[in-house]
Design a protein around this ligand. Structure first.
Ligand SMILES: CC(C)(COP(=O)(O)OP(=O)(O)OC[C@H]1O[C@@H](n2cnc3c(N)ncnc32)[C@H](O)[C@@H]1OP(=O)(O)O)[C@@H](O)C(=O)NCCC(=O)NCCS
Length: 464
């Protein structure tokens, strides 16, 4: 049997096994873990076939500039969950954000996709049923409690410690109960790694709202944390832990927010950090703790905090209803003092980020005349032209972070230092989905080669 036939055979086998199972109990749909178990064997064969046929072919070259330039554009990573096109923006398993808004299950009465559904899509490439999503919400609610010592750890953090540092500390500490670390110590076989990685990932995602809620309430003095409600979806529970669940529009915003921040292909700092650390077979808690530390950088996830800080400073300096000329002058003063305009530019994108557009559409629907939203719109008409005139940024357009803080502020969540924590809750969906597939496909330890400047010089001198 040729390799291609073998793949087709194994795929149809797994599908027919699925069909048979489905026929024998028509009402019982597979859980996420069961569905993954069905999909993994065919994907292992698929990867084997690609490597057998194309393994020795090159599909890019490495320039010296890429070595010095943060590996920009270097084709070096595998991730099927999402792909980022410079012009079009993100697609999750082939689906754009508007596709997801249309196709993924929503809460009853809601119109934004549920992040539970996005996680299912990232892992399987399939749109789950409403019932499967509800089961996932229930499963996460059942796993949501955090160990007492992690609660104490958070409670002991000084309020002056940045919420992202508290967040990464708590996530790392969850490794105390890692199913993967335990199974590894007991000698689990390589081919079974993905199972406990999946269990840890589900636990990790499930526990993030309790961690985020606790940090929020401690730092901002918001009182006692309510209990998780097992009949409610993930975003509602997170909103409730933060104290905002009585505002249905805010809950809808969180559903959208957690969906669109989840994944942005494999090369961004948080996704790649998770993958890199996971490649050492560090468990999902350790890998995601590391990813969060990358997300906490101002050029990455912290930019959503930075945008609000920058907007507030601008308002302090030029007033709330400033003229275009005043805004232009303020933007130029930011650039001239050697700072970046937060929320603008991107390492891959060359157009307005569709995640920005999705949030703008939400704002147009729910808060069209909010003054801060209007300022964001005014800036959108001004900053790209200035960045183009300044002549450095390859992409003068806004990214996801240019908008999120404005929406959160509108609903009263105006503690900007907390914004990246919400980003971190969402990004766990993408990073863990990647970790699970990496373990399923037997991804090896990452180990690229580094060179010294002397070696690079010599390499080309000898070619003169
Ligand atoms: C996202 C970001 C880090 C991408 O970096 P990058 O891939 O190196 O971007 P570029 O190749 O366009 O950078 C070329 C130059 O333009 C500058 N530039 C890029 N975006 C800029 C911005 N928003 N404001 C001012 N200058 C910017 C870079 O700092 C760089 O300057 P340098 O040559 O002096 O080092 C960058 O656009 C940035 O700092 N943006 C603001 C922070 C932000 O919003 N981050 C969230 C990203 S989702």
């Amino acid at each position: 049997m040729s390799l291609r036939t073998a793949i087709r055979h194994s795929r149809s086998l797994s599908l027919s096994a699925f069909g048979a199972r489905f026929a024998s109990s028509a009402a019982k749909l597979p859980t996420l873990k069961e569905r993954l178990a069905q999909l993994i064997p065919a994907e292992i064969e698929n990867v084997k076939a690609i490597r057998a046929e194309h393994g020795k072919k090159a599909f890019g070259q490495v320039t010296v500039d890429q070595v010095y330039g943060g590996m920009r554009g270097l084709p070096a990573l595998l991730w099927d969950g999402s792909v980022l096109d410079a012009e079009e923006g993100i697609r999750f398993r082939g689906k754009t954000i508007p596709d997801c808004q249309q196709l993924l299950p929503k809460a009853i009465g809601g119109s934004e996709p549920l992040p539970e559904a996005l996680f299912w899509l990232l892992l399987t490439g399939e749109v789950p049923t409403q019932e499967q999503v509800q089961e996932l919400s229930k499963d996460w609610a059942a796993r949501a409690a955090i160990p007492e010592f992690v609660e104490e750890l958070i409670d002991r953090c000084p309020g002056t410690l940045h919420p992202m540092s508290q967040f990464s500390l708590a996530v790392t500490a969850l490794n105390h109960d890692s199913a993967f670390a335990k199974a590894y110590a007991e000698g689990i076989s390589k081919k079974d790694y993905w199972g406990p990685t999946f269990d840890d990932s589900m636990d990790l995602i499930a526990k993030l709202p309790n961690i985020a809620g606790r940090i929020y309430r401690n730092v901002y003095g918001r009182g006692k944390l309510p209990a998780i409600e097992s009949t409610k979806d993930y975003s509602w529970n997170l909103a409730n832990l933060l104290g905002f669940a009585d505002n249905e529009a805010f809950v809808e915003l969180l559903r959208l927010y957690l969906t669109i921040h989840s994944d942005h292909e494999g090369g961004n700092v948080s996704a790649h950090t998770g993958k890199l650390v996971g490649s050492a077979l560090s468990d999902p808690f350790l890998a995601y703790g590391a990813a969060l530390n990358g997300l906490a950088g101002p050029l990455h996830g912290l930019a959503n905090q930075e945008v609000l800080v920058w907007l507030r400073k601008m308002q302090g300096k030029i007033g709330v209803n400033a003229s275009d000329d005043d805004v232009k002058e303020y933007v130029w003063s930011t650039l001239k003092s050697g700072q970046v305009v937060p929320g603008y530019g991107h390492a891959v994108l060359r157009k307005t980020d569709p995640r920005y557009t999705a949030q703008r559409d939400f704002a147009l629907k729910h808060l069209p005349s909010d003054p801060l939203f209007r300022l964001v719109g005014q800036i959108y008409n001004i900053v790209p032209g200035i960045l183009l005139d300044a002549g450095k940024a390859k992409n003068p357009w806004p990214n996801v972070d240019a908008h999120s803080g404005v929406l959160l502020t509108y609903y009263g969540l105006d503690q900007m230092q907390f914004y990246t924590v919400l980003f971190g809750v969402s990004r766990a969906l993408g990073v863990t989905a990647q970790l699970i597939w990496d373990r399923a496909l037997g991804a090896p330890l990452e180990r690229p080669k580094s060179y010294s400047s002397t070696a690079i010089k010599h390499m080309f001198e000898s070619q003169k």
